[in-house]
Design a protein around this ligand. Structure first.
Ligand SMILES: C[S@@+](CC[C@H](N)C(=O)[O-])C[C@H]1O[C@@H](n2cnc3c(N)ncnc32)[C@H](O)[C@@H]1O
Length: 365
């Protein structure tokens, strides 16, 4: 899995267990699927899953991990990955833009990424196989990049992993359970909400102004392979300036969220939202309580790696520290039937402390 801001890796056990306690849930709609790891964990447990994300790279990850079936893909994908791993490098857009003009990859890897991506394009693969192979390429590139996990900047000194030769591996594909179909969409959240019926929706929207497209612009280019005009030190795609998500806007996020919840066609709902986000707990609870029985879990965990490393000037000198190194995530659970099980503690896991509250514990702010 790629390094990803806001990935739910560490709270996955709590999320899966929480969804498991909602009566009658057999299918889940992950509206902001990102790395697809939540949908992947649910598919592994036999749920029918629909994964959706507006960015092309995240849609590709959902296509690979949620929609594609291991039994149909594994043999062909393994053979193709072997072929791609044997290709010699050939400099192209990635080498020029992200190894010479900027320094996200070492040239020996940039040249191989160029050669592999060109070959994938020439092959005009069927959609499921294409998503699996592109995912293998994204994950391989992520293992040798020279960043802290965000593509708004690259490291001043090469990251140790960037010296390793890029190597594609078969993604951890899954088979869906009988009668529990899984699929992936690449739509704006509200548009997707109007189209999907499922027993439960999982909402993990961006919670602040930091755009996922801007933070993962190279993955977007690797998937689209449109060789866009770029700008700035990080060589971001020009459309980072125009393709904005309402959920990244302090002014628009609340209305977009209310519209999304109103549009959903799912009787149950689970929402992840940080205490640092645009929508305060009390405000969120006053909205969600209208849709069913509401409980809120609070999880305390370490912030992303960039926050751990601190604030640096362009010369790489540490000039400050971020205000705090821990993050609090609220998980709001809205169910058609009351969930008696949530009155017991959700299983504790290593990275996080979990507490449980009801709406009246929250301060409205
Ligand atoms: C917090 S991340 C989700 C992380 C995911 N749960 C995981 O564990 O990897 C939010 C995601 O929302 C997507 N996104 C942002 N705005 C969107 C919109 N308007 N419609 C659909 N997806 C959007 C971003 O591309 C990003 O992947």
């Amino acid at each position: 899995m790629i390094k990803y801001l806001g990935s739910k890796r560490r709270i996955l056990p709590t999320l899966v267990e929480t969804i498991g306690r909602i009566a009658g849930v057999r299918s889940v709609f992950d509206v902001f699927s990102g790395t697809a790891r939540v949908g992947q964990a649910l598919k592994a447990r036999g749920y029918g899953v629909v994964g959706n994300d507006a960015n092309a790279y995240a849609h590709t990850l959902a296509h690979c991990y949620i929609a594609a079936e291991r039994r149909q893909m594994a043999t062909a994908a393994t053979a193709l990955i072997d072929e791609l791993n044997a290709l010699p490098g050939k400099p192209g857009f990635i080498t020029h833009t992200y190894c010479e003009r900027s320094r996200f990859f070492q040239p020996h890897n940039g040249e191989r990424i160029d050669a592999i991506r060109e070959r994938i394009e020439q092959l005009a693969l069927p959609p499921d196989l294409r998503a699996v192979i592109l995912t293998a390429l994204l994950e391989a590139a992520d293992r040798v990049d020279s960043t802290t996990g965000l593509q708004m900047a690259y490291l001043k000194q090469w990251a140790p992993r960037s010296f390793q030769p890029i190597q594609l591996r078969l993604p951890a594909l899954l088979n869906s359970a009988p009668g529990r179909p899984c699929r992936a969409l690449g739509l704006e959240a509200r548009e997707a909400a109007a189209r999907v019926e499922a027993d439960c929706a999982y909402l993990d929207p961006p919670y602040n102004q930091h755009s996922y497209l801007g933070n993962y612009h190279i993955w977007e280019t690797l998937v689209r392979w449109d060789q866009p005009e770029v700008y700035g030190v990080a060589c971001k795609r020009i459309d980072c300036r125009s393709r904005k998500s309402a959920f990244n806007s302090k002014v628009q996020a609340w209305q977009a969220f209310c519209e999304l919840v109103a549009e959903l066609r799912t009787p149950n709902l689970v929402v992840s939202f940080s205490n640092e986000g645009f929508i305060a707990r009390g405000t969120m609870e006053s909205l969600l309580a209208r849709y069913g029985h509401l409980q809120t879990l609070t999880i305390d965990y370490r912030r992303y790696i960039g926050a751990q490393i601190g604030i640096h000037d362009p010369a790489g000198r540490r000039v400050g520290q971020v205000s705090h190194l821990r993050n609090t995530e609220h998980i709001y659970v809205v169910s058609r039937e009351p969930i008696e099980a949530l009155t017991k503690p959700v299983a504790a896991h290593q990275a996080a402390r979990v507490s449980i509250g009801s709406p009246h514990d929250a301060r409205v702010s």
